[in-house]
Design a protein around this ligand. Structure first.
Ligand SMILES: Cc1cc2nc3c(=O)[nH]c(=O)nc-3n(C[C@H](O)[C@H](O)[C@H](O)COP(=O)(O)O)c2cc1C
Length: 376
């Protein structure tokens, strides 16, 4: 059986991953907040974006290449940051960084990853982006930026949609604590997932290594509350100005949903705007990201990135047609890892590409810039 026969869609990877990842970790990966209406809203809004099928347009192979922030990409999608990635699948950060380098697509490392920028950056080659949950202490911030840069991360992503901790009720019910501890109940769940457990034996229990280093600096352990304190999750406009002055690479602002914020982001010197509702993990009253995308596109000439609930190549096309320049996926790559390790994550790229080739054939779109003209 080929990977494509076993896992024709990302949904197949998800179903397999669910059986191979311990329940408490799955609840961390898969949950949103509140009644989880926002992820449903993302799905419904994506499904509502339709194209006009095309007939008698002859044979062609669509060109999926694009240019963004001055770089050429063979495919219009990349890997979004997930905190504690190495808990979801042991070794995830390095595996995904290597995938980015191999396929020529960006990989974003989270501030709250389980591996250090120094240990991940070299694997990402020229594709490393670093996501910042903004440290309060300017000394820590300067050090983090310098380390990210020295490790090869050339693009900084400031996440702004976590102004307060969200409740994530399902995750709480699941029992994951920070730092993760295997209570007898969680140990029992882990025992059902031997591949995951073997990986964890190899990597050690995942910890927020980067934050832990700074935590020694202040003499406390990296508990959730402490990491929450060290990272000023609710930065303000002054913080963005300071960050702009401190970072000479590309700066992307992630988690924008309101076109009214765009002019100010432009003035502050953002190089790109990342439309996202964090997959409904932060606020259950948020609009579907794809619903606000056209207004944000209309408000700026900057590159627009998009994420939130992309489940296949057709969804990538929908976001591009509505004005995104590039699409990022977070969970899908982790479903791939959970289902079949690094090979599974690579298969996500193959599924997305195959989906796009097939669906662009259906609508007669030869290149990505044709997509908007085929919208119904
Ligand atoms: C388990 C999990 C952890 C995440 N951690 C981060 C993070 O550390 N930093 C960040 O900017 N976004 C984080 N996100 C949000 C993702 O980057 C992305 O915006 C979101 O998952 C939507 O994309 P998706 O539907 O393709 O997963 C996280 C999402 C998930 C599911």
């Amino acid at each position: 059986m080929t990977m494509d026969q076993t896992f024709p869609a990302i949904a197949d990877l998800k179903a397999r991953a669910r059986r191979r990842i311990p329940h408490f970790v799955w609840e961390y990966l898969d949950s949103a907040t509140g009644t989880e209406a926002t992820p449903r809203r993302n799905r419904a809004a994506l499904d509502a974006v339709l194209f006009r099928p095309s007939v008698l347009h002859g044979e062609f192979t669509p060109d999926l290449g694009t240019t963004m922030m001055g770089r050429k990409y063979p495919l219009p999608f990349g890997i979004a940051p997930l905190g504690m990635s190495g808990l979801i699948w042991p070794g995830a950060e390095q595996m995904l960084a290597r995938l980015g380098a191999e396929r020529g697509i960006p990989y974003t490392l989270s501030t709250v990853a389980t591996q250090l920028p120094e240990d991940v950056g070299p694997h990402a080659g020229d594709q490393g982006w670093f996501q910042l949950y903004p440290p309060r202490d300017p000394v820590i911030r300067a050090d983090m930026l310098a380390r990210a840069k020295a490790s090869g991360f050339h693009t900084l992503v400031l996440t702004v949609d976590v102004p307060v901790a969200s409740r994530r009720e399902r995750q709480t019910r699941g029992g994951l604590k920070q730092p993760p501890r295997l209570t007898p109940r969680l140990m029992w769940q882990a025992a059902q997932c031997p591949a995951w457990l073997m990986g964890i034996r190899r990597t050690g229990m995942p910890r927020l290594r980067l934050m832990e280093g700074y935590s020694t600096h202040t003499g406390t352990t990296a508990s959730n509350e402490h990491v929450g304190y060290m990272l000023r999750t609710s930065p303000d406009w002054t913080y963005l100005d300071e960050l702009r002055a401190a970072w000479d690479g590309k700066l992307v602002v992630k988690g924008v949903l309101d076109p009214a914020d765009v002019p100010r982001l432009e003035t502050a010197g953002a190089d790109a705007i990342w439309v996202s509702n964090h997959a409904g993990r932060q606020f259950d009253g948020a609009p579907a990201s794809v619903t606000v995308l056209p207004a944000i596109r209309a408000a700026t000439a900057l590159p627009v990135l998009f994420d939130s609930g992309i489940e296949g190549g057709l969804d990538v096309m929908r976001a591009l047609a509505l004005g995104a320049d590039f699409v990022m996926l977070g969970r899908a790559f982790h479903y791939g890892l959970g289902a079949a390790g690094a090979k599974g994550a690579g298969h996500v790229v193959d599924i997305l590409r195959a989906d796009m080739v097939s669906n662009m054939g259906q609508i007669g779109a030869r290149r990505l810039s044709d997509l908007k003209d085929r919208l119904l």
